[in-house]
Structure formats: structure tokens, C-alpha cells
Ligand binder design. Structure first.
Ligand code: HEC
Length: 167
């Protein structure tokens, strides 16, 4: 009896050890796979952007039809690079932009064809392009003057009150 036990015991404990080893390895591999597939390792860039762009204006109902059109055009064409706050995204935040650019006509010309405005030697245009280099804003020759004015109208429904920003 004693003889058998001393022969089997080492075998059993070796097997036990092996089972544990395999079990732990499988667990480690599974955790590793889960980590590699997780959002933490592979953040979805589109999901991240859309959280920025889906901010809804609480005052949407009070926007005029022209401003609503401007909002839709802004979201479709400008929102990936611009905030309507003073926050910088790819380009400058557009809060109060009408007050700092040379004129309303300048805004229309710029949005239609920024490089033409820069090429004309415009001092303001040259300064912002330099500030945001190497990114250059694309032109929107497809937008009519009416569309552009609607976008600007929408942008200008935003204001900052006592340093705080209102939608
Ligand atoms: C691909 C990114 C991008 C898109 C899309 C874009 N912009 Fe821009 N915008 C910029 C950058 C960058 C600048 C800074 C000047 C430069 O480097 O060209 C700028 C500058 C401006 C300025 C001058 C801002 C200031 O502070 O004087 C206005 C106004 C403007 N954009 C309006 C618009 C509007 C309206 C649209 C949509 C129709 C639009 N942008 C789409 C990137 C973009």
C-alpha cells in the first residue's frame, strides 16, 4: 500500500500542476485578446468626433427657418473643423467671428475661396493661415451667398455671457 502511494503521489501532483498551468495560460491569453479588442486600445475615431458634433442647441425651436438651414449647412460642411464656441478644433472657434473679421463680404469671399483671399494679399487672411499652418481651409464654391449668410446667421445666434457660452 505504502509503495503504491509513493509512486502515484508525485504523478498526481505533477498532473495537478500541469492542469493549473494550462488553466492560467488560457486565462491570460483570453484577457490579452479581450484587451486588444477593447475600445480602450482601439478608440473609434468616428464615435469620438460624433460626440462633439451632436451637441444640440436647447434653443433650436427658437431659431428662424434661415438659421435652421444655416445650422444644417454648418453641421454638414463646417462642423468637422469648427466649433461655434471659442474652442479650437481643426480651425478657430467661430464664436463672435463677424466682429473680428474685416467685413461681412470678407466672410463670404473667404468661405467661398480662402486661397483667393490669401492670394489677394489680405493681411487678416494671411495672419490666420499662418497661425493655423499647415492646415488650410478648403473652399466652398458650391455654397451660394445665401447659404453662406445663413451659416453666419446661425453662428451669430451663439453668444458668450459673462465668460460663459450659451447655445
Ligand atoms: C478641413 C477643415 C475646415 C473646414 C471643413 C472648414 N474650415 Fe473654416 N477654417 C479652417 C482653418 C484651418 C482655418 C484657419 C485659417 C486657415 O488656416 O486656412 C479656418 C478659418 C475660418 C474662418 C476665419 C476664422 C477667424 O477666426 O477669422 C471662418 C469664418 C471659417 N473658417 C468658416 C468656415 C465655414 C463657414 C465652414 C463651412 C462652410 C468652414 N470654415 C469649413 C478649417 C476648416
Amino acid at each position: 500500500m505504502m509503495v503504491i502511494r509513493t509512486q502515484i503521489n508525485p504523478l498526481i501532483s505533477a498532473l495537478n500542476g500541469l492542469i493549473w498551468l494550462v488553466g492560467i495560460s488560457v486565462l491570460l491569453i483570453l484577457t490579452g485578446l479581450f484587451y486588444l479588442n477593447s475600445e480602450y486600445e482601439n478608440p473609434d475615431p468616428i464615435a469620438e468626433q460624433s460626440t462633439i458634433r451632436t451637441v444640440e442647441s436647447p434653443k433650436r425651436q427658437s431659431l428662424t427657418p434661415v438659421q435652421l438651414k444655416g445650422k444644417d449647412l454648418f453641421v454638414a460642411n463646417c462642423g468637422q473643423c469648427h466649433e461655434v464656441t471659442d474652442g479650437v478644433l481643426v480651425g478657430p472657434g467661430l464664436l463672435g467671428v463677424s466682429l473680428r473679421v474685416p467685413s461681412q463680404q470678407w466672410l463670404v469671399d473667404w468661405i467661398k475661396n480662402p486661397s483667393a483671399v490669401v492670394g489677394s494679399g489680405d493681411v487678416y487672411a494671411r495672419a490666420i493661415v499662418k497661425k493655423f499652418a499647415p492646415v488650410v481651409m478648403p473652399g466652398f464654391s458650391n455654397l451660394s451667398e445665401k447659404d453662406i449668410n445663413a451659416i453666419i446667421d446661425y453662428i451669430n445666434t451663439h453668444e458668450s455671457v459673462g465668460g460663459a457660452f450659451t447655445m
